[in-house]
Design a protein around this ligand. Structure first.
Ligand code: SF4
Length: 307
């Protein structure tokens, strides 16, 4: 079986498999560690394996390479991009940054290495609030690339000096408000758990707003037995494993012909591609050293902030 071959090869090559919560269930099952962007960054920085196979999208594998330059970092499918990272091209962002020379630049980790190199402090949805609060209140902040998360942070902190880049994730932008309201009527009492990358009207009807790992934790703490989940549905594999007695209902997308809102990029990662990458030790992720050094600083600045 493919999964058995992967586990054997992983041991032989002293490789570690890091997988994001949004990948396919069978991919999560062969991973040494499954987590959200922050936890995966921390694992990538701390591993003593020779090889990191990153079961996720390209910017995540790049982040692993930035933090562990001496390790071989493999990505099962280099076409696994990210619509949010793609919404923030480096030349345009550099020009945007130059217009606001007094601002501290905070970028979500969902960006390319080039954007991280133009950033002062990275953040994830788990620690974004702490990162923004760590910056003096009178200091302007550029926040990129997710406009919805940026607007949510503005609201939470009351800051009026945040300058937002106009980017978005296609998955979290495209949940149906009407569909969620219909589910609330169908399951009265089921809390709506939403990711802050969702549009503001969606967050308004949510009972809890938090990062992927915060949503996962909240589902355990909240005594309800049924939840409406408004983020990429891959997380439900871990939710069902952790809380088998509870029911999780994926929020519907705007496109009524689809049952749920999958991230097409995350789903490109499959077991055969993982096996192939381990066997052939490619595709390998590389980052030019001058970019890596600058990008590492912004990620380390994030990791140094205690939440
Ligand atoms: S869910 Fe959105 S932010 Fe996450 S990898 Fe997919 S496109 Fe990018």
């Amino acid at each position: 079986m493919t999964a058995d071959k992967i586990l054997k090869l992983k041991r032989e090559k002293n490789a570690v498999i890091l997988a994001h919560y949004y990948t396919r269930p069978e991919v999560q099952e062969v991973a040494d560690f499954v987590g959200d962007s922050l936890a995966l960054s921390e694992r990538a920085a701390a591993t003593d394996a020779d090889t990191i196979l990153f079961a996720g999208v390209y910017f995540m594998a790049e982040t692993a390479k930035i933090l562990s330059p001496d390790k071989k970092v493999l990505i099962p499918d280099p076409e696994a991009g990210c619509s949010l990272a793609a919404s923030c091209p480096a030349p345009e962002f550099a020009a945007f940054r130059d217009k606001h020379p007094d601002a501290v630049v905070v970028s979500y980790v969902n960006t390319t290495a080039d954007i991280k190199a133009l950033t002062d402090i990275c953040c994830t949805s788990t620690n974004a609030l702490d990162v923004i609060k760590s910056i003096p209140a009178d200091q302007p902040v550029i926040f990129a690339p997710d406009r919805n998360l940026g607007a949510y942070l503005q609201k939470q902190t009351g800051r009026t000096n945040m300058i937002l880049w106009d980017g978005a994730c296609h998955v979290h932008e495209e949940f149906s408000l009407e569909g969620i309201i219909a589910l609330k009527k169908q399951y009265p009492g089921a809390p709506v758990l939403a990711h802050p990358e969702c549009r503001e009207p969606i967050l308004t009807v949510a009972d809890f707003v938090g990062s992927t790992s915060a949503i996962l934790n909240h589902a355990g703490i909240n005594p309800a037995d049924t939840f409406i989940v408004v983020t990429e549905p891959g997380i439900m594999h871990e939710m069902k494993k952790k809380y088998p007695q509870k029911t999780f209902i994926p929020a519907p997308p705007l496109d009524s012909t689809c049952a749920c809102n999958d991230c097409a990029y995350m789903k490109l990662v499959t077991l055969p591609k993982i096996l192939d990458a381990l066997e052939n030790e490619r595709p390998e992720v590389t980052v030019p050293e001058h970019i890596r050094i600058a990008a590492e600083k912004s990620i380390r600045n994030m990791l140094d902030i205690k939440c």
